[in-house]
Design a protein around this ligand. Structure first.
Ligand code: ATP
Ligand code: MG
Length: 207
């Protein structure tokens, strides 16, 4: 019989991708003994309608550049190629269908997003498709997340990771204010941002 594949899904806007995302994915890979992590840039995020999100193709390419050197990481176009707003439940159901019974799916997310997940479309159907891995800062109080998540019947695991203070919002603001972004994200991604003049003007960079 074929071995069950354990696949992590790291969903995000990745506008831009940074070391917080990469460290989290790597940590999940090791702590949960995953075979691979698939980065899944969102198409049109339903919850980020109040600012202009960078074109999907740029976000996709930055994600490819950032993950290229890691043989256990890959990037999927599934969400950016699907028309209409992005709902995670559609993605997970589609993955379930494609991968069949041979895969166990782990959705990797920041712990704060666990609250959001509870408000997502079709949480009920979503919770049957995968286990959630929530990344937290070391020493973070997990009590309320655990309780709420469990109350909703989510399969929920927690994982401590460093580097949680990095955010795409801060990186966009830094670019706009001509402050440094070096060491917050891979150099090649910083070069892509400079070359394509991303985040230089527009809104205030807030998420
Ligand atoms: P923004 O500031 O625009 O919201 P972000 O930095 O939160 O961007 P997203 O693309 O929104 O990045 O996040 C994708 C996923 O990565 C989410 O599950 C989020 O909780 C998680 N995440 C974001 N930043 C970090 C970080 N520094 N460490 C670990 N996980 C993170
Ligand atoms: Mg975010």
């Amino acid at each position: 019989m074929r071995k069950q594949q354990r696949i992590g899904i790291m969903g995000g806007t990745f506008d831009p991708i940074h070391y917080g995302h990469l460290v989290t994915a790597e940590e999940a890979l090791v702590q949960f003994n995953l075979d691979s992590v698939v980065f899944m840039p969102t198409g049109r995020p339903v919850r980020k309608t109040h600012r202009v999100v960078t074109p999907a193709e740029d976000r996709y390419l930055m994600t490819v550049i950032a993950t290229a050197s890691n043989p256990d990481f890959s990037v999927s176009r599934m969400e950016i190629d699907r028309p209409g707003p992005t709902y995670t439940v559609d993605t997970m159901l589609q993955l379930r269908e494609t991968l069949g019974a041979n895969a166990e799916l782990y959705f990797i997310t920041g712990a704060d997003a666990v609250w959001e997940i509870l408000t997502w479309k079709d949480t009920e159907r979503l919770r049957d498709t995968c286990t959630f891995i929530a990344a937290t800062r070391p020493g973070y109080d997990l009590g309320k997340f655990r309780e709420e998540g469990l109350a909703e019947g989510l399969e929920l695991e927690f994982m401590e990771v460093p580097a949680l203070a990095i955010s795409s919002t801060d990186i966009r603001a830094r670019v706009m204010q001509r402050r440094p972004i070096r060491y917050l994200l891979p150099e090649a991604v910083a070069s892509y941002i400079a070359k394509n003049r991303l985040y230089k003007d527009g809104d205030d960079g807030a998420a």
